[in-house]
Write a protein of this length. Structure first.
Length: 198
């Protein structure tokens, strides 16, 4: 299976890449690293990216940033940063990628626990994550040729201790459990689902 992993060099991306490698052909991608570079905020870059890698069986997106900060100072520009990057960036990977993916292939996007369990400073991420979950649910009924799509929604992970203070009372998630959720999405039969790892 030819699997493309966008964000492969990140904290979660590294573990996901290890979990999926096996006997599969892995193509890693990132904004500045990986086998191929792609700017998910640019439709032109995404299009060129897909033309470069050619047809594929599965795309896993473990990338995207959003605004993290207090609501009382948040501006429309701040909020839009998450919409343009983590939300629209991943959505565009699907909108453009659907024309390159092989029949019965799959897309796996990354949302997060804040869609369901908000924290202080996380309003933008909550909105973006919830939108990604809803997009996957809706896209699943329209994608053609047996193409599947899911999101993985994880809590704060054990390898990111710098975020622990922002998640009071949350139990850090084992990286193996997070990686397994992506494995389930790629090799399982689910579609339109949010695979929760909390």
């Amino acid at each position: 299976m030819k699997i493309v992993i966008v964000g492969a060099s990140g904290t979660i991306g590294k573990k996901v890449t290890e979990a999926l490698r096996g006997e599969n052909e892995i193509i890693t991608a990132g904004s500045k690293s990986g086998d191929v570079q792609v700017d998910i905020t640019s439709s032109e870059s995404i299009e060129a990216f897909y033309k470069q890698i050619g047809s594929f069986d599965s795309l896993v997106s473990v990338t995207g940033s959003a605004h993290f900060g207090p609501l009382n100072t948040m501006t429309a520009k701040d909020f839009d940063s998450g919409l343009q990057n983590k939300l629209l960036g991943q959505v565009n990977l699907v909108l453009i990628g659907q024309h390159y993916i092989n029949p019965k292939g799959s897309f796996t996007l990354t949302s997060g626990i804040l869609a369901d369990d908000p924290i202080v400073l996380g309003a933008n991420l909550s909105a973006v994550n919830a939108a990604l979950n809803a997009f996957a649910m809706a896209a699943a009924i329209e994608l053609e040729n047996g193409i599947r799509i899911n999101t993985v929604s994880a809590g704060v992970v054990e390898d990111s201790p710098g975020y622990f203070p922002y998640f009071p009372g949350h139990i850090p998630i084992e990286m193996s459990k997070v990686a397994n959720a992506y494995y389930k999405s790629v090799f399982g039969a689910l579609t339109g689902q949010t695979i929760k790892v909390w």
